[in-house]
Design a protein around this ligand. Structure first.
Ligand code: ADP
Ligand code: MG
Length: 428
């Protein structure tokens, strides 16, 4: 294995004694939060270089290694094409599924290489190992503008452990590192974080688009800023709620998580999904002045005895959930009130469906609100696997300003957490 010198950590700019204005100071802090100040592939010279790119090719696979949805592969094309056009050797790496650190060809990326080759209209080489002699030889034989995909990184347990030796082995294949995998940017793995300590590291176009898309809302939102948070459980999104409550002007709560808040207000939610271990947190949150001012909860609910009997569904207020019933959607008054807020907003962030939208009879809250968001004038951002699925179901994707590709990463980002895969990149 080649020994590579660890890249020196960039020296922190020494604080000069010149005082900065308050607005400049906040600007700097906010840049730190969002990573908007990171270098991209356009800020470095890639021509004639071996460029290793972390992409997110973790696509859903059906039987016989059939790719069920190639949107993640397509999302990486702008970066790949840029590198091809600028005469780099393009070395792609990704994980697929959860092979748990052992070679399991069920999770091989080879079908992805074939699919990518069709999308690019050119050959894509494939290395059956992501480190070691095989990729080294293949890369040595590549011409500038050629593309190679490495086998699944997670065939090695060292990937998720962010093992330094494994990271340096990956780094030894290239001259430059590009991270274009927003979906894993919230994880400090060898291919997302570790490798950036051994090579000049910049972001690709997809990562940059995500950082700008969500970062704009967090850094410098136009007001009113309205956030809509839903989904099954409040426990998945506590950080997001706490952070958005600080920076948004209104926080609209729907979906299963609304039930925990309504229960915290003292309503008997019957069989609704209520997280009893979060009741205290919800009670405390509701007591905050900022919540009284900003937080909106459903005023009516669609309830049923189970989610497979929409015909027997009833419309009730939170204080009147019938015995043995559960809330599966928000009602028309809530949809109207939430849509009014969305209409007035200049910035809209939506994460999490308003109800069990996969089931007939409980999709109205989610789909109607999706339409309100799509038709609103404000800058709209939608994140989260199920929320994006709802947008696609309603064929509204083209009317959303930024649709995020990363579930966990967008949640961490919205929660105000630093993303290790972004932090590791060079600053502008
Ligand atoms: P996202 O993927 O957009 O972040 P989540 O994964 O948090 O969203 O939540 C989506 C899930 O929440 C969906 O499967 C939906 O059926 C479920 N859900 C929404 N409302 C309710 C509810 N009232 N009761 C139970 N589950 C709900
Ligand atoms: Mg989900």
């Amino acid at each position: 294995m080649a020994v590579i010198r660890k890249r020196e950590k960039p020296e922190k700019s020494k604080s000069k004694k010149t005082k900065k204005s308050k607005s400049e100071m906040t600007q700097i802090n906010k840049n730190e939060i969002t990573g908007i100040n990171k270098k991209t592939i356009e800020d470095i010279n890639v021509s004639g270089k071996r460029v290793i790119v972390r992409v997110d090719f973790n696509v859903p696979m059906g039987a016989n290694h059939q790719i069920m949805d190639d949107s993640r592969i397509r999302a990486a094309l702008p970066t790949i094409n840029y590198l091809i056009e600028h005469d780099a050797k393009v070395i792609l790496m990704s994980h697929l599924g959860r092979p748990k650190g052992i070679v399991n060809l069920e999770f091989s990326l080879e079908p992805v290489a074939l699919h990518l080759s069709n999308l690019l209209g050119k050959a894509v080489f494939f290395s059956r190992d992501c480190v070691g002699e095989e990729p080294k030889k293949l890369i040595a034989n590549m011409k500038m503008g050629d593309v190679l995909l490495l086998e699944n990184l997670r065939f090695y347990s060292m990937e998720e452990k962010n093992d330094a030796i494994f990271a340096s082995q990956l780094a030894s294949l290239a001259d430059l590192y590009v991270n274009d995998a927003f979906g894993t940017a919230h994880r400090a793995h060898a291919s997302t974080e570790g490798i950036a300590h051994y090579l000049p590291a910049v972001s690709g176009f997809l990562l940059e688009k995500e950082l700008k898309g969500i970062g704009t809302a967090l850094q410098n939102p136009d007001h009113p800023f309205v956030a809509i948070i839903g989904g099954a459980k409040v426990s998945d999104k506590i950080g997001v709620i706490e952070n958005l409550l600080k920076i948004a002007d209104k926080l609209l709560i729907g979906g299963g998580m609304a039930n925990t808040f309504l229960a915290a207000q003292g309503h008997d939610m019957q069989k609704s999904l209520v997280e009893s271990e979060r009741l205290e947190w919800a009670k405390e949150m509701l007591s905050w002045d900022i919540a009284k001012e900003k937080l909106l909860l459903p005023s009516d609910l669609v309830v049923a005895s189970n989610m497979d009997s929409p015909d027997a569904a009833k419309l009730v207020t939170p204080e009147a959930v019938p015995e043995g019933f559960a809330a599966f959607d928000i009602g028309p008054k809530t949809i109207e009130a939430y849509s009014e807020e969305v209409k007035k907003a200049k910035t809209i962030v939506w994460n999490g469906p308003m109800g069990v939208f996969e089931k007939k009879g409980f999709e109205k809250g989610t789909i109607d609100l999706a339409h309100s968001i799509a038709n609103a004038e404000g800058f709209s951002i939608v994140g989260g696997g199920d929320s994006v699925a709802a947008i696609n179901l309603a064929r509204l994707a083209s009317k959303i300003d930024h649709t995020s590709t990363g579930g966990g990463a967008s949640l961490d980002f919205l929660a105000g957490k630093k993303l290790p895969g972004v932090e590791a990149l060079l600053n502008k």
